[in-house]
Design a protein around this ligand. Sequence first.
Ligand code: UT7
Length: 318
Amino acid sequence: MSFQIMGTGKAHPQFSLTNDQLSTIVDTNDEWISSRSGIKSRFIATTETGLELAAAAASHALDNAGMAAADLDLIICATLQGDNVTPSLACMVQQEIGAHCPAFDLNAACTGFVYALDAAAAYLDSGRAEKVLVVACEIMSKQLDWSHRSTCVLFGDGAGAVVLQKGDGLLASVLTAQGDKDLALLVPGFNNNNPFSQWPSRPTTLSMDGRKVFKFAVGAMAKDVKKVLAQAGLTPAQVKMVIPHQANIRIIQSAAKLLGFSEEQTAVGIDHYGNTSSASIPLVLDDLWRQGKIQRGDIIVLSAFGGGFTTGACVIKL
Ligand code: UT7
């Protein structure tokens, strides 16, 4: 299978919001947030747009790969929602960085980055692209009700990117989707003044049945990662790092324990990023890559779950 990661990049807003600062806005405290989620602070966009973050992450990844935007054959942007419904964030990034290739957004909630890698692999495998930019960018702070302590303390904003080239680094990949009629993780989004509408009005912001999502997440991650490791013919001991979706430190630790990954093998960025949805894996990936904690030739495992429900995991040889 079909790609090599040539470069990584990331960007986040300047403003870092601490748990103590949050406790002046809603009835919460550092002890509750840290012990239940592992989050200490998160970056929140004040003036930054999704386009600025996504384009900055993309440019860093291109620099890191030693490639020019004009070399790209495709841009896939994983996002719950860009700055606008249309134009897509991918089209805006394409224009901003000076690329000339097709570009589209992909929404698989927090699993978006893993879905986008899989889609990129299909383009590379089929020969329809030689170089692909995948950017995951989320401004979660726009999706939240900032008076709801059960959700507004959990999320953050950021973007992460990779530049991919045809290669044989993707050793295994699995994606799943199971429509959830109970809508345990919901962002309705739309609300306008249609005078003919008979629909009951409902909030447009994110709501979540945290316990249901938690239970689903641990089982799904364990199942997906076992599957991709088996496909790749590898054991956990052969994996340098597993980079799980950063939604809750307790989910990460429970899944890692079930799978037999040590603490040193398990990447954690939730303490200072919060949950940045699809951007959470590439943000941490870029940190590990630039810190030299993962290097060319290492085996890494990515695993994510999100609204929908969607899940995905893959094994990559760097
Ligand atoms: O990437 C998207 C996927 N999302 C996730 O993966 C989230 C998965 N779920 C979770 O991470 C956890 O379920 C949460 C962190 C969201 C919540 O942890 P929990 O241990 O499941 O807590 P809970 O929702 O059962 O709430 C326990 C208590 C409640 O009070 P009572 O009813 O026991 O009196 C809440 O009202 O904690 C209260 N609470 C808070 N207290 C202080 C809820 N939010 C807060 C808060 N500060 N921010």
